[in-house]
Design a protein around this ligand. Sequence first.
Ligand code: G3H
Ligand code: 13P
Ligand code: ZN
Ligand code: NA
Length: 308
Amino acid sequence: PLVNTTEMFKKAYEGGYAIGAFNVNNMEIVQGITEAAKEVNAPLILQVSAGARKYANHTYLMKLIEAALIETDLPIAVHLDHGDSFELCKACIDGGFTSVMIDGSHLPFEENIALTKKVVEYAHERGVTVEGELGRLAGIEDAVNVSEEDACFTRPEEVEEFVSRTGVDSLAIAIGTSHGAYKFKGEAKLRFDILEEVQRRLPGFPIVLHGASSVIPEYVDQINTFGGKMPGAKGVPEDMLRKAASMAVCKINIDSDLRLAMTATIRKVFAENPSEFDPRKYLGPAREEIKKLVKHKLINVLGCAGKA
Ligand code: G3H
Ligand code: 13P
Ligand code: ZN
Ligand code: NA
């Protein structure tokens, strides 16, 4: 069934694991993710960015997810990723999403609270859960380039006031991750001390980790081997994600790894079969690789296999 995130986060917090929130943009991605979850019986969050909604159209994405619900019978939340306005959140809520993120993290504290609270009021009246954000991720967020130096970690002393005044159901925090395939120049480092302090101040409250792709080195190598150019791509090591999942982090966002799995697979097919021109011959293997990747995440990284 289509569900909001309340029950899945409560169980994840208590069980010391995290739900995978995977970005969806087309049919093969929806199928790869949901077939993996079905095989290992995992709850799922399928998330849709403003860009995904623009690319694939709200109705198409919603109908693809409805098809996945019929095929899998899993608890699935449909979530707006990085909503940037009340109007966008409202459109997604009115259009059947069960969860939305209002990302006011670029706003001054009081404005972030006012915008987030407005979305929470509209959402909660309709049974929809809301994710807010405090602190800014390094790298590319909202199509604005925030340099690594400007990255601004979440200030733990602000979280209690933000959560109590807005009524949000979960909170995304910035502890050193970033979006995309180039997360660290040198050694990967996350501020677990900030996560610990947030957890201490908000006992039992679900925390969200954005920018949590591992940027799987095998995919990067395969892309570079077959004509791509992604030097220096680097992500969050899996052991750090396992540690976060064992703590207050209940939702781990993954998009880049899906993109890498697809691209690495398609590049290989094209390189090895230059005469191939049937889209099913490269989208099919790409879907299969996404399924394999997501199964690995659910079982070995997030710990949510068997929890549906
Ligand atoms: O937050 C970033 C997600 O990976 C979504 O990316 O806005 O290109 O769809 P997108
Ligand atoms: P990645 O780019 O690390 O996959 O992060 C995705 C994300 O945070 C979507 O909101
Ligand atoms: Zn994000
Ligand atoms: Na957790």
